[in-house]
Design a protein. Structure first.
Lengths: 277, 252
């Protein structure tokens, strides 16, 4: 450390000192991640249901979409959104008489869409596996009482699939938080972008990246804890409170008398005699 | 009266139901017996449209519904008039006993929460499970789960209750409570189709017994007729095998 301090090779104080400046941009990072995750889950669920229910035409489109998204790098998708969306709006203005203000279209929205779509392709597979894991018997029981598929999905399948999907979705959310560092390509100044700007001012790039690493890590730890908490919330209680149980057991004993079913031995004996000859 | 006409179902080349015709009077308790693999469960599942038969129609409540066609509205209507009790209970695992029974009342019959809760408690009372209303299925024994499942089916006030081997997945000591529950609802006048391997129970509770073999109805009559004076050789063989097994291994 002595040598480092004398030569000023690594300025540890700076690492700590610039964290508050970087943290000012944490909300942008989190907003990006949260909005993209919302798109990713809604679209992912849609894709998963399409693939699971094998809806014709839509199913092929979904498979094609997932293949493209998973087969191209996120940064390329961000560039395509950033250049493509304004071009599309311009095309609409020219050919369909709409009046979009292209220059006012925020890069932030481009980044949210690009990352949301990217996320949806991966979530689709996680959600599909989770939906598929729900016991068929419960689905049959729900159909047997006359529930429609949307009712079943909302009230029976999703609550159960959620517990299965949560670790996978949490994983991809953590990935997404870090993935937002690519949003600079869409001219969005989030945490990493701000870090680059600050590094450019002081030429202390190494320090700034160490600061960023610390922040991202801390955020990830917090998210991990939140997920753990959520998972615990979704668990069914292990034990119903004791008073209710013992009350129920007392009643059970009382009723046990009525539930003694004695099989008709006389009848069985008679038949066995009849058929054994 | 409920009438089933020309019900045909096959899996690949294996014909499971070969033109079943069946008339069920209101309040009838029809026991369906027969060797395994002869389509007893498939018959029930086709009636509830959990399987789609190739041919066949059902007349229930004055309306004729083709079973072989995919018509969402008619399928829902049919399912709302029939109730199903499964071999493996199939309770909703993330709902308490009470919520299991309430589910159909709230989502399908659009009753208010309060009304649904009252009705559901009545049904749980009927099967002797009201003290366990706040328990999740995983806290209940198999017999208790099956009784909740029966309450869930009854709560929908079905015209026809289908019971698909309701005691086959239970420990022997839990069979009694479920059979007793079924007997008490049979006495209340529900129309039921009951697939079961509990022969003496079927004889006791059913007023009509059907023997299925190779997708056809081989015997059809009162329990006395079918069990004690079967006309077909197939049924005779079946009972003989069944009761041979129950005999003591040796007698002195």
């Amino acid at each position: 450390m002595q040598i480092l301090a004398e030569t000023n090779l690594f300025d540890f104080d700076l690492v700590i000192k610039q964290i508050p400046d970087l943290l000012k941009y944490l909300p942008v990072t989190l907003e990006l991640a949260a909005l993209a995750m919302c798109i990713g889950i809604v679209l992912g669920l849609l894709l998963a249901v399409i693939r699971l229910k094998k809806i014709p035409v839509l199913r092929q489109i979904a498979a094609f979409y997932i293949s493209i998204i998973r087969g191209t790098p996120a940064i390329v998708q961000l560039y395509i959104a950033y250049f493509g969306i304004p071009m599309f709006l311009k095309y609409m203005n020219l050919n369909h008489g709409t009046n979009f203000d292209i220059s006012a279209f925020p890069g932030f929205a481009c980044a949210v869409f690009a990352m949301g779509f990217n996320e949806s392709a991966y979530n689709a597979e996680t959600i599909r596996a989770a939906l598929g894991s729900v016991d068929r018997g419960q689905i049959e029981a729900a159909s047997a009482i006359g529930m429609t598929y949307p009712q079943m999905l909302r009230r029976i399948i999703l609550p159960e699939a959620m517990t299965v999907a949560l670790p996978g979705l949490g994983n991809s959310f953590i990935g997404l938080i870090k993935g937002t560092s690519l949003a600079f390509t869409c001219a969005v100044v989030e945490m990493t972008a701000q870090g680059k700007i600050m590094g450019g001012r002081t030429y202390r790039y190494f320090e700034v990246y160490v600061s960023l690493a610390i922040i991202y890590w801390a955020v990830t730890i917090i998210v991990e804890q939140l997920l753990k908490f959520l998972e615990r919330r979704l668990e069914l209680p292990e034990q119903i409170d004791k008073a209710a149980t013992s009350e129920a057991e007392r009643q059970e004993e009382k009723e046990a008398e009525n539930y003694k079913y004695d099989s008709d031995t006389k009848f069985e004996k008679k038949l066995s005699e009849q058929y054994s000859t | 009266m409920i009438a089933i006409r020309n019900l045909k179902k096959s899996f690949r080349n294996n014909t499971v139901l070969d033109g079943i015709d069946l008339d069920i009077n209101k309040g009838d308790v029809v026991g369906i017996i027969g060797p395994s693999g002869t389509g007893k469960s498939t018959l029930l599942r086709c009636i509830d449209r959990l399987e789609t038969p190739e041919e066949g129609e059902i007349t229930i409540d004055g309306k004729t519904i083709p079973l072989s066609k995919h018509d969402r509205k008619q399928t829902l209507e049919l399912r709302r008039q029939t109730g199903m009790v499964f071999q493996r209970f199939n309770l909703f695992e993330r709902k308490t006993a009470l919520e299991n029974v309430m589910e159909g009342l709230v989502t399908v019959q659009k009753k208010s929460k309060q009304e649904a809760k009252e009705l559901a408690m009545q049904e749980l009372e009927r099967v002797g499970m009201s003290a366990w209303s706040e328990h999740y299925p995983k806290h209940l024994s198999g017999g208790q789960q099956q009784r909740v499942a029966i309450a869930r089916a009854l709560a929908m006030k079905p015209q026809l209750l289908l019971l698909d081997e309701p005691t086959s997945a239970l420990d022997p000591e839990l069979v009694g409570e479920v059979l007793e529950t079924i007997r008490s609802i049979a006495n209340e006048g529900f129309t039921m189709l009951l697939v079961s391997h509990e022969m003496s129970f079927v004889r006791n509770v059913a007023n009509r017994v059907i023997f299925l073999d190779n997708g056809k109805i081989v015997e059809d009559g009162t329990p006395e007729e079918v069990f004690e004076h079967p006309k077909s050789q197939r049924a005779k063989d079946f009972f003989a095998k069944m009761y041979l097994m129950k005999q003591p291994e040796y007698t002195i």
